[in-house]
Ligand binder design. Structure first.
Ligand SMILES: N[C@@H](CCC(=O)N[C@@H](CS)C(=O)NCC(=O)O)C(=O)O
Length: 183
């Protein structure tokens, strides 16, 4: 994990939170369109920090997902740290894309997994496939890492020992396209 990058993202989320609070004092911070406001504020600094292009719609999607996961899994935790971890887990590019080992935890019967497998084939990327109903050990590995057996999940093992577990079929395909195919 790149701790400097993480700290930078946490600070940006905090700064955005304060700016949002200041902009919405009249409503006591209440803003039903908050993901749009945050995406506007964060689009450019995030692109600079992560050195990648972000569409506003992509950021809105990431922010809404982070909020959903935060409320469901860890509402007591610091939101800016939680959001930064979510963003890194789901959107950040790898520092060593050529050397990473990629493993897809999937199920043959899962339509989201089929979509990811079809894209892996289309892109011609080398990914080890682990079918969680064919081998109980794969299912156990997934549950141990993620706390649940929802598939697909892409596991990214970097040579420096970093291990990342990326859920969500659309995020996985976007990651593979951005990190391994485009320049
Ligand atoms: N939004 C997820 C949906 C994944 C999903 O719903 N997977 C189903 C199989 S098709 C699953 O694993 N369900 C069992 C569970 O969540 O434990 C994605 O796009 O990857």
């Amino acid at each position: 994990m790149n701790t400097e990058l993480r700290t930078g993202l946490v600070d940006l989320f905090r700064e955005a939170g304060q700016a949002h609070h200041a902009a919405f004092t009249a409503t006591g911070g209440d803003d039903p369109e908050w993901p749009i406001w945050y995406a506007d504020y964060l689009q450019r600094p995030f692109a600079e920090q992560l050195d990648m292009k972000f569409y506003k719609s992509q950021l809105i999607y990431c922010l809404m997902n982070a909020d959903f996961e935060h409320q469901a899994r860890s509402p007591e935790s610091d939101w800016s740290e939680f959001y930064a971890d979510q963003l890194l887990e789901r959107c950040a590019p790898s520092e060593t894309p050529e050397q990473d080992q990629l493993i897809l935890y999937h199920a043959n019967s899962c339509p989201f997994c089929s979509m990811v497998r079809a894209n892996i084939e289309r892109l011609g990327i080398d990914v080890e496939l682990r079918e969680i109903f064919e081998d109980e050990q794969y299912r156990d590995e997934l549950i141990e890492a993620r706390g649940r057996a929802t598939v697909p999940v892409l596991r990214i093992n970097s040579p420096n020992g970093d291990e990342r577990w990326m859920p969500e079929s659309r995020d996985i395909v976007a990651y593979l396209e951005k990190t391994l195919v485009s320049d």
